[in-house]
Structures are given as C-alpha cells and as structure tokens.
Design a protein around this ligand. Structure first.
Ligand code: C2E
Ligand code: CA
Ligand code: CA
Ligand code: CA
Length: 275
C-alpha cells in the first residue's frame, strides 16, 4: 500500500511536469504563430432580431496550429496575455478586420474584441486610429467589445481611454455582461454604447427562471440608459422569438451564422433586406 501511494504521488508530479512542459510548448508555438501566418480572423453576424438583417460582424481570432489543428481563443488569448503578446495580437486583429470590413456595405459595422491588458501600455488609441486610417474606415463603423475586467484595472486610465475613443465616434460594447462582479452603478460611469448579454444566460433561458429575470432586467436597464442590447448564443428560433418579444433588438448565434471567413460574408449579406 505504501508503494502504491508513492507511485500515485510520483505520477501526479510527473503529470504536473508534463502539463507544464505542454504549456511551454504551446507558448513557444504561439510565439511563432503570428510570424508564420497561422492566425486569421473569422466573422460572425449580429442581426436585427425582427428583420433578420445583418447589422454588424464580430471579428473572432483563430489559430490554426500545424499539428494540433484549431486551438480555441479561450486557450490562446489568455496565453498571449501571459507571455506579453496580446498587444501584437490585438494590432493584428484590428488591422486585418478593418481592412476586410472595407469591402462590406457602409451600414454594416465591425466589432473587435479588446483585452483589458491592451489598456495598460497607452498605445490602444493610436493602434485603433492607425488601423482605421490605413483601411480608410470611418470610426463610427467600429465597435470595441470589452469585458468588465477592464473596470478592475487600477487608476483612472481605462475610463479616460474609453472616453477618448468615444469622442472619435467609436462604439464601446460591454461584453459578457452578467458574468462578472461589477455593480450596475459601474455602468453609469462609463460611456458604453451597447451591452452584450452573455451566452450562459441565453443557454439557460428555457430552464432557469433566474436567467429570464436577469435578461429582462438587463434589457430594461439598457433601454433606460439609451444603450443597445445584444444577446449572444442564440441557437434556436424559440429563443430568438422570446428575446425579441422581451425587447432585445439585436442578436448573435449559430441560428444566424457561425464564425466564418470574410470570403463567406457575402452569403449573409445577400439575405440583408436593406442592401
Ligand atoms: P466572446 O467575445 O464572448 O465571443 C463569443 C463567443 O461565443 C465566440 O467564441 C463565438 O464563436 C461563440 N458563439 C457565438 N454564438 C454562439 C452560439 O450560438 N452557440 C455557441 N455555443 N457559441 C456561440 P470563440 O470564437 O471561441 O471566442 C471565445 C472568446 O475568445 C471570445 O468570447 C473572446 O473573449 C475571445 N476572443 C476571440 N477573438 C478575440 C480577439 O481577437 N481578441 C481578444 N482579446 N479576445 C478574443
Ligand atoms: Ca465579444
Ligand atoms: Ca460572451
Ligand atoms: Ca468572452
């Protein structure tokens, strides 16, 4: 029994080593990914829940690893943050997405996710303006999606940067709303233009009356603050109809389209009644 115990302990330690090695390997691979052109951007439509018309495309970063295949951004974005590459990655996404959005009809916006860490080094505004300028894209067509984690950053900087971005006409969406810890009063101190209800609430909507209560509260709050509200993770028509009837005007989810390459966006746009 003693031997068994030791064995378990050793293999546990070996397991830890293997996991650490694995992480280091993935980090090293990611350092090469940008240089080797393994990163690319997909787009997912945000639609008007009443008409079905596309209003916006959200840029979602993808990594094709030569051996592992597709790696989730939920894995490699935190990794990029940890090894100090998130600024370079953020620049890549902004420049790529702004360039590709040039080809879309003018009423269609572009949403780009921004990591809270991109607020730290003071370059975010110039990065965003450079990307817009070099693509000749009006700032009003860009919407940055940030999570409430940015509000936890120390000091007045994040709110000053957000205000500055707003003066250019750039939209600011509060992403993953409802998953964090911030009180609603926080919201009033930041000039958000949109709230995105996290998909966990949308997935639970039919089973959980609590989720329905949260959704109803957020829609009411957004309306009172004059903000747009978007629901992500809509996979079924019944869910779309429920949200629309509750007064949610915009939605995103597999029901309308999965994240796809820019070349496939024409397919969505051909369904757009206002084109
Ligand atoms: P997010 O910003 O909340 O993006 C929405 C996620 O929900 C995307 O996952 C999207 O593919 C997924 N989704 C949309 N509709 C549905 C649906 O109907 N059902 C299901 N099951 N999922 C749906 P994805 O592309 O894997 O991205 C995961 C997260 O990675 C994003 O969550 C975002 O936080 C982060 N991310 C992705 N691209 C970037 C980027 O360029 N920069 C930064 N900083 N973060 C990014
Ligand atoms: Ca997002
Ligand atoms: Ca989300
Ligand atoms: Ca997220």
């Amino acid at each position: 029994a003693k031997g068994e115990k030791r064995g378990t302990c050793r293999s546990f330690r070996l397991g830890m080593d293997a996991a650490a090695q694995e992480k280091t390997r993935l980090e090293n691979d990611f350092r090469d990914a940008l240089k080797l052109g393994q990163l690319y951007v997909h787009y997912q439509p945000l639609v008007d829940l009443t008409s079905g018309a596309v209003e916006c495309f959200e840029a979602l970063l993808r990594w094709h690893h030569p051996v592992r295949g597709s790696v989730s951004p939920d894995v490699f974005i935190p990794l990029a943050e940890e090894i100090g590459l998130i600024d370079a990655v953020g620049r890549f996404v902004l420049h790529t997405a702004c360039r590709e959005a040039q080809n879309w009809p003018e009423h269609i916006k572009l949403a780009v996710n921004v990591s809270p860490l991109q607020f730290r080094n003071g370059n975010l505004i110039s990065t965003v303006i450079n990307a817009l300028t070099s693509a000749n894209l009006p700032p009003e067509r860009l919407e940055l999606e940030i999570t409430e984690a940015v509000l936890m950053e120390k000091g007045p900087r994040p709110s000053a940067i957000i205000r500055n971005l707003r003066t250019f006409g750039i939209g600011i969406a509060l992403d993953d709303f409802g998953t964090g810890f911030s009180s609603l009063s926080y919201l009033l101190n930041y000039p958000f233009t949109k709230i995105k209800i996290d998909k966990s609430f949308i997935f639970d909507l039919e089973r959980e009356s609590n989720s329905r209560a949260v959704i109803r509260a957020v829609i009411g709050l957004a309306r009172n603050l004059g903000l747009t509200v978007t629901a992500e993770g809509i996979e079924r028509e019944a869910v779309r109809d429920y949200l629309r009837d509750e007064g949610c005007l915009q939605g995103q989810g597999y029901l309308f389209g999965r994240p796809s390459p820019a070349s496939e966006m024409q397919r969505y746009l051909s369904c757009d009644v206002r084109r």
